[in-house]
Design a protein around this ligand. Structure first.
Ligand SMILES: [Zn+2]
Length: 296
């Protein structure tokens, strides 16, 4: 019988970037397995994983999941193209001997038709890239996090809680400009202290983990993907926040090393994995998506 406060962590690598092979020895050294969501049309192209890479991943206990043929916004495809993008991708992966039971929506975007097509294709679960409270909101503004320590990103759900529960005027007074991810950027240095305190209080009301089993298997929730400026402490906080009540934390990576804003530094990843391994005796386990979904 699983304990109520058990925490499951899944390390996920999206889009089949070749640099993700840098994670393999780091994971192997710590006896951890991850889930790799790939676009089968891109496999073998320059900069992407090859079929032999994927076979090696599968053979060594990692999971290979589907992410559609070519990473289109699936909401924009006509019904025939939508079916092809999901089913042909899954068939290509299954043709290599991968069970391919887990899906991740490209960009995390879906609508009712996309969700249904994924379910129809035989997938057991599908992941979005939103829905949980970002623990960076737990950090007092101006400390740690984004270089410079001035800008902090506050999730809309937290601000919504704040708006409803506390000081609507103070929240409105925060300087706000939606960035390209629809997040609000707050200049912490100028945020009223009372609001900063409230944000911390509200953050404690947030949801930091997906339920096990997930509330909706075809829209399993995460916070935003790991970015270049994500620190080891940011990653640790996602886990420790979830550990308070237990649940499932999916951590989404793209590139490893390199200059992309979506690249995690190898040292950050290695330090996080070491820290994560040390949590195991306390009941925090690293599992693939298929293992979590199959866990009842
Ligand atoms: Zn993607």
């Amino acid at each position: 019988m699983p304990s109520l406060t058990r925490t499951l962590v899944t390390l996920e690598f999206d889009d089949g970037h070749r640099s993700q092979m840098l994670a393999v020895p780091l994971l192997a050294r710590r006896a951890m397995h991850a889930t790799f969501f790939v676009n089968s049309d891109r496999i073998g192209e320059e900069g992407y994983l090859s079929w032999p890479h994927l076979r090696e991943l599968h053979a060594t206990g990692h999971e290979v999941g589907g992410h559609s043929l070519g990473h289109d916004d699936l909401r924009k495809l006509d019904p025939a193209a939508l079916t092809r993008a999901i089913e042909d991708d899954r068939e290509a992966l299954r043709g290599q001997g991968f069970p391919c039971v887990s899906f991740a929506y490209p960009y995390g975007w879906l609508d009712g038709g996309v969700r249904e097509a994924v379910r129809e294709a035989g997938y057991q679960s599908a992941r979005v890239i939103h829905g949980l409270t970002d623990t960076t909101t737990l950090v007092p503004p101006g400390r740690g996090g984004i270089p410079g320590g001035i800008l902090r990103r506050i999730d809309r759900p937290v601000l919504e809680l704040e708006r409803r529960a506390h000081e609507p005027r103070a929240v409105r007074s925060l300087s706000r400009a939606s960035d390209d991810r629809g997040k609000l950027r707050i200049r912490a240095a100028t945020a009223p202290a009372a609001v900063r305190r409230r944000i911390l209080v509200c953050a404690s009301l947030g949801e930091f983990a997906e339920t096990v089993p997930p509330r909706d298997r075809y829209a399993t929730r995460t916070v935003e993907h790991v970015m270049r400026w994500t620190t080891v402490l940011d990653l640790q906080r996602r886990v420790t926040a979830a550990e308070r009540r237990g649940g499932w934390v999916q951590i989404v990576f793209h590139y490893i090393a390199g200059e992309s804003a979506f690249a995690v530094r190898p040292a950050t990843l290695a330090a996080f994995l070491d820290w994560l391994r040390a949590r195991a005796p306390g009941g925090t386990e690293v599992k693939t998506v298929a293992e979590v979904i199959g866990d009842r």
